[in-house]
Design a protein around this ligand. Structure first.
Ligand SMILES: [Zn+2]
Length: 139
């Protein structure tokens, strides 16, 4: 799957809770027809968590899926959380791509060059020190 190409940013960000659960926003549950008790298949592709409603119900399949609870939450498997370093309250950006809901750890980046290191906030927007230096030269 060529993921970056067709990814649509929903602009939604949700935090992981203390039990490693993630709330699928109501608007997406509606769009993807996800209800309480549904099974969601979850796997990693690079830094992305791919989630997809799972219809097939053989025993083997159920093992690799997570159940949606009554509040629209799913547990992100511990293996995935450890691999991506997702702790409690980690913000996740939400994307969609066809029938997939895709999560990525949200990292603020420089408004100009998109780097996520050495950031300073100016008027609530992150700017990296490299870009600040370049700006200074132009004054
Ligand atoms: Zn920058």
């Amino acid at each position: 799957m060529e993921i970056e190409k067709n990814l649509q940013n929903t602009g939604l960000i949700r935090k992981i809770d203390e039990l490693g659960r993630f709330v699928i926003p109501a608007i997406l549950r509606g769009e993807f027809n996800i209800k309480s008790g549904d099974n969601i298949k979850m796997y990693l592709l690079d830094d992305f968590i791919i989630m997809k409603k799972f219809i097939n119900k053989s025993k083997q399949d159920r093992k690799i899926s997570m159940k949606v609870d009554e509040l629209g939450r799913v547990v992100i498997p511990i293996e995935i959380r450890e691999r991506l370093g997702l702790a409690m309250a980690t913000p996740m950006e939400i994307y969609v791509e066809k029938e997939n809901i895709i999560l990525k750890k949200f990292e603020p980046c420089c408004v100009f060059c998109k780097k996520s290191k050495k950031l300073i906030k100016y008027k609530n927007k992150p700017i990296c020190t490299g870009c600040i230096r370049e700006l200074k030269k132009q004054i």
